[in-house]
Design a protein around this ligand. Structure first.
Ligand code: NAD
Length: 499
């Protein structure tokens, strides 16, 4: 069995803690590798290397740093097939979806090629007599990121690309479920010209995360994952004086107005609800048709589409709509929630509980499920299922539908399907959710905008990527300067008024 490593100081380094986690092939259920789980001493080693390497990297001019990003984009394209295969093998998603995972990260890297422009400071000539004032954006130093299993390429790149373009060193603690692609990305960054020690990958679990949270040298922490862990990391990281941004779970509602094109809405729901087996923080997990007639028409359109879904291993190529979920534990949790939905009185219109795939009986496959007549008090509505399960909550009016999405504790993404521009505009204005789609089911902002939810889906203020990332990964320093010819005689004891 393959033993994975850390990537520290420009080399693959074996784990020394003696602790490992199994990495599965979710399609077969086989353990295909084991990943070392770092202890605090291993984390500290990486931090010391980063701290030593970072000042020289921050001193490299931003244009040259951008060239590393440029070369990295070329290498990602060169190795796209290899990366996608490694990603699908550990995560389970289809190859086209795995390529999408890499490409959405690559786009953030492309945005970071603009670092010289994005890092320009401000200058005021003659802010006072003989006085100039300017500000600059400086790197923080050693930064760190903790990422989830569901986007093992994109989410690490959301973080390390801007961090490194800004002149920081970055330590990545990826998900222990699918650590191979993050290790490959670190190698590629060095092949692109990044000095050793600027991007390191330290694998691990809570022990490694706690070592990050408590390390004096680490200046900032980015986290993406489930809400309870996001809250924990935000609390402990902030208490330790770090800059922290944490992105959590989701329960994304799609509202279907009576005037919507029902075929388009149904197609959108199928892709957004079941794509990647529902393991996306921007998946639609709740459909809210407005009016009984709309609900009946929608269900009628959804059922045959769901029954046609092709579930299988990534090795089946383009013949598969979605693959297995990531672990046996994830599958058990999803099935438990489905049982709770049945027990609590929801109508299970499409029942995938008996789904079996010949030749892959031990894989972590979950058949597609559709619940109708779900109500606000049911666990399948309040909890994030993170599986191929779509819940229909029938609303009698637009206001009731809006209220459902607004009252839910999560606020990552949402969508409205309608032909009425007025309703769409009202929805976009009033909804208390960070990312909104109008006839777009998964409104993930592109790299030059920013990504972030509201409510329990996000802790902190600055979003991922786009201009916010360049704020998150830099500190502003403002200099007021005067040369001898501008200096007045004597001391001044009141606040300077630049006179
Ligand atoms: P997770 O919270 O289990 O793990 C995320 C990271 O935290 C991993 O690196 C893991 O090793 C670490 N971790 C786990 N338990 C920990 C603990 N007790 N203490 C410290 N660290 C711990 O999440 P996951 O299952 O990998 O990912 C799925 C979740 O991520 C879903 O809730 C999904 O909605 C969310 N997600 C959110 C976004 C977003 O942008 N809002 C994007 C992707 C995924």
């Amino acid at each position: 069995m393959q033993e994975l490593t850390h990537y520290i100081g420009g080399a693959h380094v074996k784990g020394t803690s003696g602790r490992f986690a199994d990495v599965y092939n979710p399609a077969t259920g086989d353990v295909q590798a084991r990943v070392p789980l770092a202890n605090a001493a291993e984390m500290d080693k990486a931090v010391q290397i980063a701290a030593k390497a970072q000042p020289a990297w921050a001193a490299v001019n931003p244009q040259r740093r951008a060239r590393v990003m440029m070369a990295f984009v070329g290498l990602l394209n060169r190795d796209m097939d290899k990366l996608a295969e490694a990603l699908s093998r550990e995560h389970g998603k289809t190859i086209p979806d795995a390529k999408g995972d890499v490409v959405r990260g690559l786009e953030v890297v492309e945005y970071c090629i603009g670092a010289p422009q994005l890092l320009k400071g401000e200058f005021t000539d003659s802010a006072g007599p003989g006085i100039d004032m300017y500000s600059m954006k400086q790197a923080l130093g050693v930064t760190a990121g903790i990422t989830p299993f569901n986007f093992p390429a994109m989410i690490p790149m959301w973080m390390f690309a801007p961090a490194i373009a800004c002149g920081n060193a970055f330590i990545l603690k990826p998900s222990e479920r699918d650590p191979s692609v993050p290790l490959m990305l670190a190698e590629l960054m060095e092949e692109a010209g990044l000095p050793k020690g600027i991007l390191q990958v330290v694998n691990g679990d809570k022990e490694a995360v706690d070592a990050i949270l408590d390390h004096d040298v680490i200046q900032s922490i980015g986290f993406v994952g489930s809400t309870p862990i996001a809250e924990y990391i935000y609390g402990r990281g902030c208490a330790n004086g770090k800059r922290v941004q944490c992105f959590g779970g989701a329960k994304n509602h799609m509202i279907i107005m009576p005037d919507a094109d029902m075929d388009q809405a149904a197609d959108a729901l199928i892709g957004a609800g079941y794509g990647a087996a529902g393991e996306r923080c921007m998946a639609i997990s709740v459909a809210v048709p407005v009016g009984e007639e709309t609900a009946d028409r929608l269900i009628e359109k959804l059922v045959p589409r769901i029954e046609k879904l092709k579930v299988g291993p990534y090795t089946s190529g383009n013949d598969v709509d979605y693959g297995p979920v990531v672990t046996a534990a994830a599958k058990a949790n999803i099935l438990k929630l489905i049982e709770s939905g049945v027990e609590q009185g929801a109508d299970l219109v499409v029942d995938g509980r008996d789904f079996k795939l010949q030749g892959y009986e031990d894989g972590f496959f979950v058949g597609p499920h559709l619940f109708d007549r779900v109500t606000k008090d049911m666990d399948i509505y309040t909890k994030e299922i993170f599986g191929p399960v779509l819940s229909v909550v029938r609303a009698q009016s637009y206001e009731e539908a809006l209220g459902l999405a607004m009252d839910h504790e999560y606020g990552n993404g949402t969508a409205i399907f309608t032909r009425d521009g007025d309703a769409a505009r009202d929805f976009a204005n009033r909804i208390n959710i960070g990312m909104v789609g109008v006839n777009v089911p998964i409104p993930v902002p592109l790299a030059y905008h920013t990504f972030g939810g509201w409510k329990k889906s996000m802790f902190g203020d600055l979003n991922q990527h786009g201009p916010d990332a360049f704020k998150f990964y830099t500190r502003t320093k403002t200099i007021t300067s005067r040369w001898p010819s501008g200096i007045k005689d004597g001391s001044a004891f009141s606040i300077p008024l630049m006179e």
